[in-house]
Design a protein around this ligand. Structure first.
Ligand code: SAM
Length: 405
């Protein structure tokens, strides 16, 4: 090929890449609401939620005794084998955690009914999440057998929709659980998306350490959302039924601009420093403009125990049986040792974690090409800051068990 043709080809390629980037770079509005976009990454590859849900799994393990106690002490409803018991997991995502939880609740209740009432009731399990959730992957994994080689003994159904609105008829549910999901807000507050407002979140993707106006807007959204959630569940859960919630949270006395457990956890959290640096890299490389960077916000809020208690009181209809703040260690010691030996694999693992949780909303903001560029910058930033690998960090969670009065 002569040099002229090769120059022409590379110029066409550069032009089409430029056009593609321009097209992809346009910030997109989440028309129709965040619930159309937000979901964990489906499937089962390295960037999927199913392969990146170690911290939620640890949270469930830690809160398991509380859930089992609730199951052991809840009112018994079924009198004959014709009646069924109905359990819902709200914000189920895909993968192991939801199945393990439903199995645990079903088996716990079955044993109680057989022992205390002499009946072996039928169970219905409702797996509920936003319509964008990968229900196909979830239903495929339903077919696998339990660890003790038994088949699952419940009738399963998927319920697409937001848990901030009604999902079931009145008095339908006996047990509703929601695990590691309620810290996701229904939307980014409008004033945070207005570049003329004092709540414009300049230079940050999230609210930890952000300006007062941004934090207050998120806190207000979080309050409205939790109250909506509780009002809907108050209608749907039968009297004596159980509502079990596990959500990202902070201790009662901690200010809302301090979303995380301590300074190391703050520095290492996937929504904070490395995420901001990755957006800054895209900006400095001329791939996005400042408004695109600042217009991206992560719709998560870690509530305090006080905020949760206040919302439950204001809603009425529930009695708090137990409420606890717990700290979840971010990763196992074995993983940490592995990463100390190989920091590049650490960067990859962290980038996969943010892909699993944020890819759909990053793609909605900047398109798939720039989304992947962002995750690559994030990976580089994380693997080049080796000092953080040695730090053990924590996620805070609030666990609440409430009985419908
Ligand atoms: C971190 S995952 C937790 C999944 C699972 N419960 C677990 O413990 O592994 C959070 C889930 O909450 C879902 N979610 C977020 N906001 C929601 C909403 N408004 N209504 C229903 N599900 C929601 C997300 O789609 C996601 O699947």
């Amino acid at each position: 090929m002569d040099s002229f043709s090769s120059m022409a080809i590379s110029s066409i390629r550069a032009n089409s890449e430029h056009e593609y980037m321009k097209r992809e770079c346009q910030p997109k509005t989440w028309t129709g609401g965040l619930h159309r976009v937000l979901c964990m990454q489906g499937g089962d590859d390295d960037g999927s939620y199913a392969k990146n849900s170690e911290a939620p799994a640890s949270a469930i393990t830690l809160s398991k005794p509380l859930l089992l106690t609730a199951i052991q002490s809840m009112k018994l409803f079924v009198q004959s084998e014709e009646d069924s018991l109905r359990i819902a997991d709200l914000g189920c995502a895909t993968g192991y955690n939801t199945l393990a939880t439903i199995d645990m609740v079903v088996e716990g209740l079955r044993e109680r009914y057989i022992k205390e009432c002499g009946v072996d009731p039928e169970f219905e399990a409702f797996f509920s999440d936003l319509p964008s959730n990968d229900f196909n992957s979830l239903f495929r994994s339903l077919a696998t057998t339990l660890s003790n080689n038994k088949a699952r003994r419940y009738y399963a159904a998927g319920v697409p929709g937001s848990f901030y609105s009604r999902l079931f008829p009145k008095g339908k549910l006996h047990v509703a659980v929601s695990l590691s999901a309620l810290h996701w807000l229904s939307q980014i507050p409008e004033i945070v998306l207005d570049n003329r407002s004092p709540a414009w979140n300049k230079g940050r993707a999230w609210i930890d350490g952000a300006k007062k106006e941004v934090v207050e807007a998120y806190a207000k959204q979080s309050e409205e959302d939790l109250e909506d959630f509780l009002r809907c569940r108050k209608e749907e859960i039968v009297e004596g039924g159980v509502l079990f919630m596990l959500m990202g949270g902070r201790p009662g006395s901690q200010r809302p601009d301090n979303q995380l457990d301590d300074s190391d956890s703050r520095a290492k959290h996937p929504f904070t420093c490395s995420m901001d640096q990755a957006w800054e890299d895209l900006l400095n490389e001329g791939l996005i403009d400042e408004e695109t960077r600042d217009g991206f916000n992560i719709p998560a809020y870690m509530r305090s125990t006080e905020e949760v208690e206040r919302a439950i009181e204001r809603c009425g209809g529930f009695e708090i049986q137990r409420m606890e703040y717990q700290r979840i260690v971010e990763h196992s010691k074995e993983k940490q040792d592995e990463w100390i030996r190989d920091p590049v694999s650490y960067g990859r693992a962290k980038a996969n974690l943010v892909r699993a949780t944020l890819r759909p909303i990053v793609e909605a903001h900047v398109g798939p090409y720039l989304s992947e560029e962002l995750f690559k910058r994030f990976e580089n930033r994380v693997s080049s800051d080796i000092s953080l690998i040695h730090k053990t960090c924590f996620y805070g969670v609030i666990v609440v068990c409430a009985i419908r009065k």
